[in-house]
Design a protein around this ligand. Structure first.
Ligand SMILES: *Cc1c(COP(=O)(O)O)cnc(C)c1O
Length: 381
């Protein structure tokens, strides 16, 4: 692949040296060491939250957050456009996923759809900041608090995105981030949870530490799993957090390049372009203006054949309700089971949406090459 959404994150010499220094300084390499305490302090400080809890993945963060806030059998509102991991965490926590539609040109929930899907059993709302784009605002937050819904933000790829002066992942009750290799803070595998609520923080931490009770100083008082992050990963996380702002600046520059070449050559527009927010630069979401000749999935397929692998190709622009592992939930009488009818905004958006990578390994030459290919494919030449 010449351009690939799957990549190995760049590690500077400095970053590797710092990693060794921190490991030398660590009192242990487990998930209970002084390195973890420092990493969590720095995370809370960066995102301006009261608590940060390091965990072993973004999916673990979601599972721990959901286990703390719902009871088995509770319904959880989840977006039609998200990743299978979001839904898998709901199922693991014993929740029932109920799918809602997005707004016409945003990953934020359509309030009309939330109202239609909500029932007396609904306890939580999950918003998902796909590709680092905003999925929540103060209006959604107000709606959720009026309806007594806990908000869990799946901000896995959204570290650093700012919206109305706040970081994505700090609007709701619990923010869940991933630090997987491809994400903005890249530690190979890993994740963290942000919250301002003391009780949520204590219980989520306990869940991720095999049910360890801080008050009792021992195990066995509640259930949990071992979702601790190791100190090796946290050491990388500290370096990555230090360069997050610089990484965002570099990625935003790549976005500007993609945009300028696309505007010159291709009949496309940009997703959420006019909205007032500061995107972290995770990926660029573009929209095909005229899908008569080819839609986004078709374009992504053609690009793949030409050595360009995008998330659009990797995830096939699927509506999450259509995945076989959630079929029993989508078969519920509250849906017609016709995707375009149940999720009109999400279906229309995915028909046009192409996601372009902006990570370290993408060069200006790649961008020029890819936009030339895209121009020929989109115009049907
Ligand atoms: C990456 C991602 C996850 C999962 O994170 P892991 O660390 O791989 O478990 C969940 N949700 C979204 C939206 C993601 O992009």
């Amino acid at each position: 692949m010449k351009i690939d959404c799957i990549f190995k994150a760049e590690r500077s010499h400095d970053e590797c040296e710092q990693l060794i220094e921190r490991i030398d300084f660590a009192d242990s390499l487990s998930g209970n060491s002084n390195v973890i305490v420092e990493y969590e302090r720095l995370l809370a400080n960066y995102f301006k939250t009261k608590h940060a809890i390091a965990v072993s993945s973004g999916t673990a963060a979601l599972h721990a957050g959901l286990s703390e806030t719902i009871n088995p059998g509770d319904e959880v509102l989840v977006p039609a456009i998200c990743v299978p991991m979001t839904i898998a965490a709901v199922l693991q926590a014993g929740g029932v996923p109920v799918f809602y539609d997005c707004q016409i040109d945003s990953f934020k929930p359509s309030v009309i759809s939330l109202d239609a899907m909500r029932s007396a059993k609904t306890k939580a709302l999950i918003t998902v900041s796909m590709w680092g784009y905003p999925a929540i605002d103060l209006q959604i937050k107000t709606y959720a608090s009026e309806k007594n819904l806990v908000i869990i933000e799946d901000t896995a790829p959204g570290a650093g995105t700012k919206n109305s002066g706040r970081y994505e992942g700090t609007f709701g009750d619990i923010g869940c981030f991933s630090t997987h290799e491809f994400k903005m803070i890249s530690t190979g595998e890993g994740g963290f949870i942000l919250t301002d609520d003391d009780r949520h923080a204590e219980n989520v931490r306990s869940f991720a530490h095999i049910g360890f009770s801080k008050a009792e100083g021992s195990f066995g008082f509640r259930t949990g799993l071992n979702y601790k992050l190791s100190s090796l990963q946290a050491s990388l996380g500290i370096s990555q957090l230090n360069i997050l702002d610089e990484k965002m600046t570099k990625r935003r520059r790549k976005i500007a390049l993609w945009q300028s070449y696309i505007l010159q050559n291709i009949d496309m527009s940009f997703f959420n372009a006019s909205a007032d927010f500061n995107h972290n630069g995770y990926s660029l979401c573009c929209l095909i203006n005229n899908t008569e000749h080819i839609n986004a999935k078709g374009l992504a397929n053609e690009l793949y054949i030409h050595g360009i692998n995008t998330d659009t190709h990797r995830y096939k622009n699927s509506i999450v309700a259509a995945y076989p592992f959630v079929r029993e939930y989508y078969n519920s009488p509250r849906y017609s089971c016709i995707i375009k009818k149940d999720f009109p905004n999400a279906a229309a958006l995915l028909n046009r949406l192409l996601v372009l990578p902006c990570h370290e390994a993408i060069t200006e030459g790649d961008i020029i090459m890819a936009t030339k290919k895209m121009s020929l494919i989109v115009s049907g030449k």
